[in-house]
Design a protein. Structure first.
Length: 270
């Protein structure tokens, strides 16, 4: 039986505590509670489905059995990973700020607050993913490839935390970072093939390999892997899997080390 060291056990308990605190605070004094976790993405899907599916009459990509060809489902399969990514990046900045007073009173591994918040976000995303999987099962568009949805979510969490660790430290010093990140994420949404397919992007534009830049940027890789597994029911290409794992692992490692090196300095400056 695996037994954690006292230090690791303490850190694990703190992560659990912060995850529990974030989950409870999210729905504090809310009558509908977890319903709001589904309301926002489902509303977004409904709006985009109307705009692109009804107004512009965009045709959704073909699914394995042809029964799940719905623009809303196509969007939802991409929004799940994107919302997880943005939730963790934005959350990291807020979670570090929320413990600023506590850090002055007692020492504890600061990263546990961010890991706990990320765990809470992952739980919410897991419920959203479950809804999508159930829908696909009802429509008989489900295969063992659904495991790649989980793989994509794991990659997204790692990458989001890597970016979030850096953003949190920078935001602690310069509050403008929070607004800058918000702007970049809004722009980034349209650089990721969520409401469109990569094949629609021209290969070359302004002398740049536009399609390659869209296809191989990290969030696009995670969205593509998720869609391959739960919507198209196909195994993602080896190249996409390797690139996604490399981006996730490298970004998390760099972000983690940067955060550990700078978090004490931030505590002293606060």
């Amino acid at each position: 039986m695996l037994k954690l060291s006292p230090t690791a056990q303490k850190s694990a308990n703190l992560v659990y505590h912060f995850a529990q605190r974030e989950t409870k605070s999210r729905f504090k004094r809310s009558l509908l509670g977890w319903f709001w976790s589904f309301a926002n993405p489902l509303t977004t899907v409904a709006v985009y489905s109307f705009v692109f599916g009804v107004v512009y009459r965009a045709s959704p990509p073909a699914t394995e059995n042809g029964n799940a060809e719905n623009f809303g489902f196509f969007l939802f399969s991409g929004l799940i990973t994107w919302n997880l990514f943005t939730g963790i990046v934005n959350g990291c900045m807020g979670w570090l700020q929320s413990i600023s007073d506590l850090r002055k009173k007692v020492y504890f591994p600061t990263e546990t607050a961010l890991l706990g918040g990320a765990a809470s976000n992952a739980l919410q995303t897991g419920l959203e993913a479950l809804v999508l999987v159930v829908i696909m099962a009802v429509l008989s568009n489900l295969s063992w490839t659904v495991v790649f949805l989980l793989v994509a979510l794991v990659f997204t969490i790692a990458f989001g935390l890597g970016i979030g660790f850096v953003a949190a430290i920078m935001n602690a010093r310069y509050r403008d970072i929070f607004y800058l990140v918000g702007v970049l994420l809004n722009v980034g949404f349209f650089l990721v093939p969520i409401v469109y397919q990569v094949s629609m992007v021209p290969e070359q534009k302004w002398g740049l390999p536009i399609r390659a830049l869209v296809e191989w940027n990290p969030p696009a890789l995670f969205v593509g892997i998720a869609r391959d597994g739960v919507y198209f029911l196909q195994v993602p290409t080896l190249g996409h899997l390797v690139a996604a794992s490399a981006w996730a692992g490298l970004t998390l490692t760099i972000g983690w080390r940067y955060f550990r090196a700078r978090s004490m300095e931030i505590s002293e400056e606060s």
